[in-house]
Ligand binder design. Structure first.
Ligand code: CMC
Length: 424
C-alpha cells in the first residue's frame, strides 16, 4: 500500500493514501493527532478533503463536471431537473416508472401548510427573499418534525423539493405585494414555479416553453458542486444529527454570501454600475487588479476551476439563445462579453487562472426571464436543493459517521490572572 511519510521534529510517521475512482490522491491523516499530537492547519480548507463522496466529480484543471459519472454537458441537453434530482439523491437516473412516480409525488406535495402563509405577513415588504427562504425552510421542521435519517426520509425529501419552490415564489409575491398564486398540478416542476411567480388572479398565464426550458437548464447546471461552502455547511450542521430541513436552511444561509451564490446578484449590480459609469469596463478591470482596493470582478474566479467553468461556457451560449428567443436586447450582456474578453487576455487574470464562473452569465438569463435581481440567489438555492439533500443523505448513511469538529491553533493570551476591577 502506498503511504506518505511525515518527518516531525525528528520522528518519522507514515500515513496511508486514499485514491478516488478518478485517480485523485488524498493522505489519510485521521490518525495524525493521535500519533503526533499535531494537527494539520489549512484555513479555507483549500488542501483538505472533508469526506469520501460518490456524488459529483470536478476536475478543475480540465474544466470537467460530472454528476454520478454523467457529463454536465450531456445532462444539460438530455435530462430534466427532476431526473437530475433523482440521479443525485438516489445514485441512478430514474426508469420511466420511477420518474412518473417521483414527479407525481413532487406535484402532490407542493402546497405549504396554510398557517405558513401567515409567516410571510410578518416580514417587512423589503425583506430579502433569501432571508424568507432560509427561515421558511427551517420552519418546515416545525410542521414535519423528526426529519432524520430513519424517519420517512424519502417523504421528507419529496416534501422539501416540492415545497421549496412554492416558498420561493410566495416570497417574491410578498415582496411585490401581490396575492400568492397556488401551484397547479397539471404543470411540470419548472412550469409550476413560473406559474406561481408570474400568474396573477385577474389573467390567464401559461408559462412559455422558452422560459420552462431555460429554467430547467439553469437548475440542472446548479444542482450540485461537491464540497462547496453551502454543501459543506449542510454536512457540518447535519453531522450533529440535525434534521434535514434545519440543515438545508443553514446551507441556504451559507449560499447567500457574495463570494458564493450571492455573486449572481452582485454580477448584475456590478454590470449596471459599469454601464451607468459610461461602460468603461477597463477601469473596473484595473480596479479589480488594484490590491489596495477591495473591488473584485464578481462572477470571476473559482476555488476549484483553474480553467473555464463548464457551466459558464454553457450559459454564455444559452444567454444569446434565450435573449434572442425572447426578443430581449440587454446592453448588460454586451458589457459582460467585453469584460470577459479583456479579462481573459489580461496577465493578472491569466496568471491567476481567473475565468468567468457560473454566476457570470446566469443573471443575464434570469433578468431576461423577468426574474428580479434579488431573487437570483433564491434561484441558485432551488437548483442546489438536490445536491444539498444528496450530500446530507450520503453523510447520514455512513455507518461510522462522526460529528464534524475541526481543531485550531490557539494564538490568544496564555494563562493570566484576573485583576480586580479598579486595577484594570
Ligand atoms: N477579481 C479579482 N481578483 C480575484 C478575483 C476576482 N473575482 N478572484 C480571485 N482573485 C485574485 C485574488 O485577489 C488572489 O490574488 P493574489 O494571489 O494576488 O492574492 C487570487 O486571485 C486567488 O484568489 P483567492 O481569493 O485566494 O481564491 P479563492 O479560491 O479563495 O476564492 C472566489 C474563490 C470564487 C471566492 C474568488 O475568486 C472570488 O471572490 N470571486 C468573485 C466572487 C464570485 O464570483 N463568486 C462565485 C463563485 S462560483 C459560484 C459558487 O459556486 O459559489
Amino acid at each position: 500500500m502506498s503511504t506518505a511519510k511525515l518527518i516531525l521534529e525528528g520522528n518519522e510517521y507514515e500515513f496511508p493514501l486514499v485514491r478516488g475512482s478518478e485517480g485523485e490522491v488524498g493522505i489519510d491523516t485521521v490518525a495524525l493527532r493521535k500519533h503526533t499530537n499535531a494537527i494539520s492547519l489549512d484555513p479555507g480548507y483549500g488542501s483538505t478533503g472533508s469526506c469520501l463522496s460518490g456524488i459529483t466529480f470536478i476536475d478543475g484543471e480540465k474544466g470537467i463536471l460530472r454528476y454520478r459519472g454523467y457529463d454536465i454537458e450531456k445532462l444539460a441537453t438530455e435530462s430534466s431537473f427532476v431526473e437530475v434530482c433523482y440521479l443525485l439523491i438516489y445514485g441512478e437516473l430514474p426508469t420511466q416508472e420511477e420518474l412518473l412516480s417521483f414527479s407525481d409525488r413532487l406535484t402532490r406535495h407542493t402546497l405549504i401548510h396554510e398557517d405558513m402563509k401567515k409567516f410571510f405577513e410578518g416580514f417587512p415588504a423589503t425583506a430579502h427573499p433569501m432571508a424568507m427562504l432560509s427561515a421558511m425552510v427551517s420552519s418546515l421542521s416545525a410542521y414535519y418534525p423528526g426529519a432524520g435519517i430513519d424517519e420517512d426520509l424519502d417523504l421528507n425529501i419529496v416534501r422539501l423539493l416540492a415545497k421549496v419552490k412554492t416558498v420561493a415564489a410566495f416570497s417574491y409575491k410578498k415582496s411585490i405585494g401581490q396575492p400568492f398564486i397556488y401551484p397547479r398540478n397539471k404543470y411540470s416542476y419548472c412550469a409550476n414555479f413560473l406559474h406561481m411567480m408570474f400568474a396573477v388572479p385577474a389573467e390567464d398565464y401559461v408559462p412559455p416553453k422558452v422560459l420552462i426550458d431555460a429554467l430547467n437548464l439553469l437548475l440542472v447546471l446548479h444542482a450540485d458542486h461537491e464540497q462547496n461552502c453551502s454543501t459543506s455547511t449542510v454536512r457540518m450542521v447535519g453531522s450533529s444529527q440535525t434534521n434535514l430541513y434545519a440543515s438545508i436552511s443553514a446551507g441556504i444561509s451559507a449560499l447567500w454570501g457574495p463570494l458564493h451564490g450571492g455573486a449572481n446578484q452582485k454580477v448584475i449590480e456590478q454590470l449596471k454600475m459599469i454601464r451607468e459609469d459610461g461602460s468603461n469596463f477597463r477601469k473596473y478591470v484595473d480596479l479589480a487588479k488594484d490590491k489596495s482596493s477591495p473591488f473584485r470582478l464578481m462572477g470571476f474566479g473559482h476555488r476549484v476551476y483553474k480553467n473555464f467553468d463548464p457551466r459558464a461556457r454553457i450559459l454564455k451560449k444559452t444567454a444569446d439563445e434565450v435573449l434572442d428567443q425572447l426578443g430581449v436586447d440587454d446592453p448588460l450582456l454586451d458589457i459582460a462579453k467585453q469584460l470577459e474578453e479583456v479579462a481573459l487576455v489580461d496577465d493578472y487574470f491569466v496568471s491567476r487562472k481567473l475565468y468567468p464562473n457560473v454566476d457570470f452569465y446566469s443573471g443575464i438569463i434570469y433578468r431576461a426571464m423577468g426574474i428580479p435581481t434579488n431573487m437570483f440567489t433564491v434561484m441558485f438555492a432551488l437548483g442546489r436543493m438536490p445536491g444539498w439533500i444528496a450530500h446530507w443523505k450520503e453523510m447520514r448513511e455512513e455507518p461510522r459517521g462522526r460529528i464534524n469538529r475541526p481543531r485550531q491553533i490557539y494564538t490568544g493570551p496564555t494563562q493570566r490572572e484576573i485583576k480586580p476591577l479598579e486595577e484594570r
